[in-house]
Design a protein around this ligand. Structure first.
Ligand code: GAL
Length: 345
């Protein structure tokens, strides 16, 4: 494993980069935000990100970062748990929502990092203590994330234990492009999402109902072209999301065994470089087509950031879970979920 100083934060703190990999896949991870800064598949970088830490600070896209304590939205930036109302930062101001953990989510934390190599490949273990009351959430949570590369498999395992009941829902916000991140938009790529149902959202992107995908533009049960026409189609839900930005309930009909766990096949994403299959034991995945990925600050190597220039497949519990009594990590219980990105070899 190679490590080097990636950059410095404006306050002088050093950000370190760690490289793990195999012949097929190479990942560069930062201790700041647990960010996947580079993901080389057969030598081509397929992930959005920046050359300098400044890019991650000025952009609000959570590029490649770990997301927590609660990924996605919490309506009205509040929830009630065990009879107590908790008020969170409404950092998605225009919609009044709490988004991706608040003002200083896990994407902005320094993580302790330890690397190891064994017969199952190369691993990077990142740990964080998220204190009681941080971002107004209850309970001190000990969080552990393991990034692994083994052959053509890239996985992220999220583990946590809390000393009080708390909402908990982690993901990673990787923007992937299977044409290569320097390649074209996703319009000539295909996606299959193994989901019969999705969350219908209101104008603030908060789920209001679980509905069948059948007969809608959200039916991805067989591989579908991610065409421009689809992204901009005249559909009420598509317009609410300003494009594809929706939660899908994964059907658990096909599975694989990985690191001793049964993971369901959630999606297959295919571009010029090949196919990527996503497996997880989380119940849902957010498919976000990088609808807001625009801005003056360039990506790595001066690349222009373009709407639909990549996509995110964020494994998760459904958005706004705490307001439906879902996605609560009980004191002393073990949180343990995995996302496996399995590439063609
Ligand atoms: C996604 C979310 C989008 C947007 C994005 C960050 O997870 O679904 O609506 O907020 O994060 O730019």
């Amino acid at each position: 494993m190679k490590t080097y100083i990636f950059d410095k934060l404006p306050d002088g703190r050093e950000v370190t980069a760690y490289e793990i990999g195999s012949e097929t896949l190479g990942a560069t991870i930062l201790n700041y935000g647990g960010i996947i800064q580079k993901l080389l598949y057969k030598g081509t970088d397929i992930i959005g990100g920046y050359d300098k830490i400044e890019g991650y600070l000025v952009s609000d896209g959570y590029q490649g970062a770990l997301i927590g304590r609660y990924a996605n939205r919490i309506r009205g930036a509040k929830f009630t748990l065990n009879g107590v109302e908790y008020r969170l930062a409404a950092n998605e101001e225009a919609r009044g929502n709490h988004l991706h953990g608040g003002m200083e989510g896990y994407d902005k934390k320094f993580w302790a990092v330890e690397g190891k190599t064994d017969c199952d490949g190369e691993h990077l273990v990142l740990t964080l203590t998220d204190p009681d009351g941080n971002e107004n959430y209850p309970g001190t949570v000990s969080v552990r994330v393991t990034y692994s590369v083994c052959g053509a498999d890239f996985s992220i395992r999220y583990e946590a234990v809390s000393d009080k009941d708390t909402p908990f829902n982690m993901t990673n916000h990787a923007y992937l492009n299977m044409n290569g991140i320097a390649g074209d938009t996703i319009y000539n790529e295909t996606l299959m999402i193994n989901a019969d149902e999705m969350s219908k959202v209101d104008e603030n992107l908060i789920p209001v109902a679980k509905v069948p995908v059948e007969g809608t533009p959200f039916d991805f049960r067989t591989p579908k072209l991610l065409s421009r026409e689809l992204m901009f189609c005249d559909d009420e839900q598509m317009q609410k999301g300003q494009g594809l930005d929706h939660n899908f309930y994964i059907s658990a009909d096909e599975a694989t065994l990985y690191q001793g766990k049964k993971l369901a096949k959630a999606a297959v994403y295919t571009g010029a470089l090949g196919a990527l299959t996503l497996y997880t034991d989380k119940p849902c995945v957010q498919f976000y087509a990088a609808n807001f990925m625009e801005g003056a600050y360039p990506f790595k190597g001066g690349l222009v950031r373009r709407r639909n220039g990549a996509l995110c497949l964020e494994t998760q519990f459904a958005p706004d879970g705490p307001n439906r009594g879902e996605a609560i990590l009980r004191a002393g219980d073990k949180y343990d979920y995995t996302a496996l990105f399995r590439f063609d070899d």
